[in-house]
Design a protein around this ligand. Structure first.
Ligand SMILES: [Zn+2]
Length: 560
């Protein structure tokens, strides 16, 4: 952990410890970066993808490894388990060193471990209340949830694989120490957790749509027992045949299942929280990958972009990862009741008793390691400064020539405007300037987008009329885009643009002011649009433009 990270975490921890997982000992906390779907407060029935940072006491934390058998009846499943196991073993070694309890749960293999100290150590634990909760029945939160994949054929692609009991023990790649526990009973595991004060549980292993979610020690059962449970989403797999509904790539099926879990069951994390390395990816997963970087609170990017990513997955088998900023609190929320503040604190917005926020939390984006394994980035960020190492990750990605789709506020993504800016304009009183310890990239607009953002022309009820530049009608980005449409956006001032490699594709027009470019390509690597209002995503032309932009930019990357 570097100095700045240590400094930030040290400053954040006292606030976080107000929440349910107070560190009682002097041990180093685990920094856990959760990702989950929360119901949108602005759009009924919609979901926001959000990030929550928590500090966990390792002594109150356990990892459960589900069904990482030596052999599965499905050969592909066996292969993927073997491929994932070395990284998983790294994760559990690091976690074990930090004081986390490791529970090996290879179901139906307890005979093999009958005399192992890890088996002996947990066998005597029983608790009637817990036993009643140790079941994998659907949670109330799943009542009306559409199941993402058809697994009625057992989820295997190969007609030669026949279901049978192929397993006898856990795969040997995973080290089982004498300090670890071995059990396939949620009643035993839950009773042990209760007696030892375990509150946080990380599930990993296979398969998300069957055992990981549904075993007596699975996600649902742990949730039912009141555990603070998460799925490690890059240390799991799916049983799904791509010839079954929704007829997507195996790994897209896995993405859809993880999305289901984040929405209806529990949050997820990645192995990066333990290893510090980029997230695991299966060799067979050769799909294009997009890193979505979102941190703004005006345009519902954390609702609209995950919806867009979902469609990219279903229609084009594109994998998306998100690096999320933290939602910003308004004055009204700051003056809210204690229980509302507690909720915000849980979202990673620590608030002290005076109702003031800890300034650096605004300037944080989680999960940026996704850039190390992405083919292109979509950036929808507004006025964030970042830890220098994080800014360096973004710069390195762009310097490597990867394509970027910039949306709306991307033009001032990394210009924090000196102090800590307030949403909606103006500066919030801050005791520190961001530049003292955080990096900005004020020239991102010029250097990457070729833009020249100088504010906007003001809000108009009539919106902005958008039209295709004459001669550009046949451009691949404009396939399915009407020659003219109206967008609710207020018009950004961008002229004169600052790259001689720009091709402007669409112009925006407001009465009484000069027309302004609203969609352009810079040097065939960057597409920028100053559109991106949440209502724009309902306009067929805008949606087509966005799909076309992704397709175009991914091709540019592959050519490289
Ligand atoms: Zn198979």
């Amino acid at each position: 952990m570097n100095r700045i990270r240590t400094l930030l975490v040290a400053a954040i921890l006292p606030f976080l410890s107000l929440s349910s997982n107070a560190a009682k000992d002097e041990v180093a906390s685990l920094r856990i970066s959760k990702q989950l779907k929360a119901p949108s407060t602005l759009d009924e029935g919609a979901w926001d993808l959000v990030s929550r940072i928590e500090a966990w006491n390792p002594a109150e934390t356990a990892i459960i490894i589900c069904d990482m058998w030596d052999k599965h009846w499905c050969n592909d499943a066996t292969t993927r388990v073997a491929e994932m196991a070395p990284t998983m073993n790294k994760v559990i070694a690091i976690a074990r060193d930090k004081g986390v309890i490791i529970v090996h749960a290879p179901s139906e293999c307890m005979d093999f471990y009958a005399n192992h100290p890890g088996r002996q150590a947990i066998m005597r634990y029983k608790d009637q209340t817990i036993s009643a909760l140790a079941n994998g029945n659907k949670l109330p939160s799943e009542a009306n949830a559409p199941w993402p994949v058809d697994q009625s054929d057992e989820g295997c692609e190969n007609p030669e694989c026949k279901p049978h009991r192929a397993w006898s023990k856990q795969i040997e790649t995973l080290t089982v120490t004498d300090k670890d526990l071995i059990s396939d009973s949620g009643a035993e595991i839950g009773a042990y957790f209760k007696e030892k004060g375990i509150q946080n549980v990380i599930l990993m292993g296979v398969h998300t749509n069957m055992c990981v979610i549904g075993r007596s020690f699975g996600l649902r059962a742990m949730k039912r027992m009141g555990m603070n449970v998460v799925l490690m989403r890059d240390m799991t797999d799916l049983m799904y045949n791509s010839k079954m509904s929704p007829f997507v790539n195996h790994f897209t099926g896995l993405d859809l299942m993880i999305d289901y879990i984040e929405t209806y069951v529990c949050p997820s994390i990645v192995s990066t929280d333990f290893t510090g390395q980029k997230q695991f990816r299966f060799k067979g997963d050769t799909r294009p990958r997009i890193a979505f970087l979102t941190a703004e609170s005006e345009y519902r990017a954390n609702q609209r972009l995950p919806e867009f990513a979902h469609e990219l997955a279903l229609k084009h088998n594109i994998h998306s990862d998100f690096a999320l900023g933290i939602p910003i609190m308004t004055d009204a929320q700051k003056n809210a009741k204690p229980e509302v503040k507690a909720e915000y604190a849980a979202y990673g917005m620590p608030i002290d008793t005076d109702g003031t926020t800890f300034p650096p939390t605004r300037h944080n984006i989680e999960n940026l390691q996704i850039l190390e394994d992405a083919d292109m980035a979509v950036i929808f960020i507004r006025r964030r400064a970042l830890e220098p190492e994080k800014m360096a990750q973004i710069k390195a990605f762009i310097a490597a020539g990867h394509p970027v789709l910039g949306i709306r506020t991307a033009s001032h993504a990394f210009d924090a405007n000196r102090n800590v800016p307030r949403e909606g304009g103006g500066l919030e009183a801050a005791t520190v300037t961001t530049s003292e310890f955080l990096a900005q990239w004020t020239e991102f607009d010029r250097e990457v987008l070729g833009g020249n953002y100088q504010g906007h022309y003001g809000h108009l009820n009539t919106g902005t009329d958008v039209s295709v530049v004459s001669g550009m009608e046949g451009h691949p980005l404009l396939k399915g885009v009407e020659p003219k449409f109206n967008s609710l956006n207020w018009l950004y001032k961008n002229l004169p643009l600052r790259s001689d490699k720009i091709q402007v594709l669409m112009m925006g027009s407001n009465p009484g002011v000069p027309d302004e470019p609203v969609v352009w390509i810079n040097n065939d690597k960057v597409v920028y649009t100053s559109l991106g209002h949440w209502e724009d995503w309902k306009i067929e032309s805008f949606r087509n433009l966005m799909f076309n932009a992704v397709e175009y930019l991914l091709k540019q990357n592959i050519k490289k």
